[in-house]
Design a protein around this ligand. Structure first.
Ligand code: ATP
Ligand code: MN
Length: 477
């Protein structure tokens, strides 16, 4: 008989039927009660072992972490706490687990401890809930874009251009680091490297996505992204997943509208599809928050926060307006900001973004029309000649979740900017071609998938929302 998933078993209303289930032992009480979990749901199935039907040696092997196949009758539960339970008639031990050495004991472990056990942490309620929500979000992302008529494009992971300039890059090379071939002048001779040139892991699929938008209209990428920046924060990974839509014929307003609709749509989907996991994470979040000092506590619960974002419009504010708000703000006047706001044109730090989102507006904020000097070369120049059509979406507790812009579609303006910023024009020949042949206004943005998972699950550290995090000094597993 085919085994059923525990999620399926728990949805069955007819009792007294015979079923097979399999999973891992979460707890074993009183030599009788196994809480079995197979990852299909946050809930365990209570399985009651009949002492008569099992021999002593097998009983000894039922330990936390062991894998079992259990056959028995589903009955209405005698005790409280669950609707049904399985009266086990047959126990098959699939994989024993040494209780002395299995690190995931049925008690609260710290997230730091579990990070060291990243291969086993998905067997906890918290991590399995986070990863199921992550999966549901990923599906909702594809679903949203496909329903909107976008095409999914796979942009390259190994890239030959350093033009995006989003951060430090990881080199891809097959040269022997101990004995690299040298040119006459003593530099490393990349001509004899695998690709015949210097190559890196991509920091963004944007430029290539733009090329595809100029033929397919509306496209998106959803792939791994690599940044060798030494930022040990709770919001940065060296390897993360980024969603990058790119749309022909969109101006910045269309871009902001799409981004807002995208985020609220995927959140709504996950609210209805991950009810149990989110209820669990909501409770967890409330407990975590209550252990923080009062001023650091989030004024809302997790579900409350998600619902708030879904129901309320994002506040749209230009950089210049935000600059005035910040300049006149209490923390600025009292010199409480580490980076004082005293000159138009300064880049906003996370302390400023948090002030705007968490103190001043109390909702997600879209900042737009940034000073050209703090933004990338490809952003469309405004008529004021000092700002560009950029937009960042800032979220409570997360900071920047989206960075996007209307792209500069005018060849001369783009060439001038490339020159000013001393970027290698030769590298960008194909990107400039897009402005030579049928150039149109177009826009796009990048959303860091893990930051969205962080927001949705209420996990404080980005390392806890990706299965095996890569950060400076850490690529274990
Ligand atoms: P930040 O200021 O937070 O470092 P950024 O300006 O470098 O972000 P972009 O280059 O605009 O970010 O990238 C687009 C999106 O990718 C960001 O809005 C963010 O959601 C995400 N992102 C950027 N860097 C990282 C990272 N190191 N780890 C995880 N997500 C990231
Ligand atoms: Mn960055």
């Amino acid at each position: 008989m085919k085994a059923l998933k525990i999620k399926e078993v728990l949805e069955i209303n007819t009792t007294n039927e015979f079923y097979t289930v399999q999973g891992w032992v979460r707890t074993f009480r009183a030599n009788r009660f196994v809480a079995l979990n197979d990852g299909s749901t946050i809930e365990n199935l209570q399985c009651v072992i009949d002492f008569e039907s099992i021999d002593e040696s097998l009983l000894k092997q039922i330990n936390t972490g062991a894998a079992l196949r259990l056959k028995g009758t589903l009955v209405e539960s005698q005790g409280g706490g669950q609707k049904v339970e399985l009266q086990v008639k047959k126990v098959i031990l699939l994989g024993a687990s040494d209780p002395e050495r299995y690190p995931i004991q049925p008690k609260k472990h710290s997230l730091e401890f579990l990070r060291e056990k990243a291969h086993l942490r998905v067997r906890t309620s918290t991590f399995s809930a986070v990863m199921r929500v992550r999966s549901a979000l990923s599906f909702a992302v594809h679903e949203f874009f496909q329903q909107e008529g976008f095409f999914h494009v796979h942009t390259p992971i190994v890239t030959g251009s350093d033009a995006e300039g989003a951060g430090e890059m990881f080199r891809v090379s097959t040269l022997d680091p101990k004995n690299p071939p040298l040119t006459k002048t003593g530099d490393i001779d990349y001509k004899s490297d695998f690709f015949g040139k210097e190559t890196n892991l991509t920091v963004s699929g944007q430029l290539e996505a733009e090329a595809y938008a100029m033929g397919l209209g509306e496209v998106y990428t959803f792939g791994p992204t690599f940044r060798a920046e030494n930022s040990n924060t709770t919001r940065h990974l060296a390897e993360f997943w980024m969603i990058e839509p790119e749309m022909a014929f969109y101006d910045l307003d269309d871009n902001m509208n799409l981004a807002e609709k995208f985020i609220t749509t995927v959140l709504k989907k996950v609210l209805s599809r991950c009810e149990k996991d989110l209820a669990f994470l909501d409770e967890r979040y409330t407990k975590e928050e209550s252990s923080k000092p009062l001023i650091e506590r989030s004024p809302m619960g997790l579900l409350e926060k998600i619902n708030f974002v879904v129901r309320n419009e994002f506040k749209r504010v230009s950089y210049s307006e935000a600059y005035e708000i910040l300049r006149n703000s209490k923390p600025n006047k009292k010199k409480k900001f580490q980076f004082p706001i005293n000159e138009w044109g300064v880049d906003l730090q996370s302390e400023h973004e948090r002030f705007l989102v968490e103190k001043h507006f109390n909702c997600p904020v879209i900042l737009y029309d940034y000073p050209a000097n703090i933004k990338a070369f490809y952003m469309r120049r405004n008529d004021d000649n000092k700002t560009v059509r950029a937009m960042d979406i800032l979220f409570p507790g997360i900071g920047e979740i989206v960075g996007g812009s209307q792209r500069e579609e005018r060849l001369e303006v783009l060439e001038k900017r490339i020159k000013e910023m001393e970027i290698d024009k030769e590298e960008l020949w194909w990107y400039l071609d897009l402005r030579r042949f049928g150039s149109v206004p177009h826009s796009g943005f990048g959303l860091g998938f893990e930051r969205l998972v962080q927001f949705t699950t209420g996990m404080n550290n980005i390392r806890d929302v990706i299965p095996f995090p890569r950060t400076p000094q850490n690529a274990a597993f």
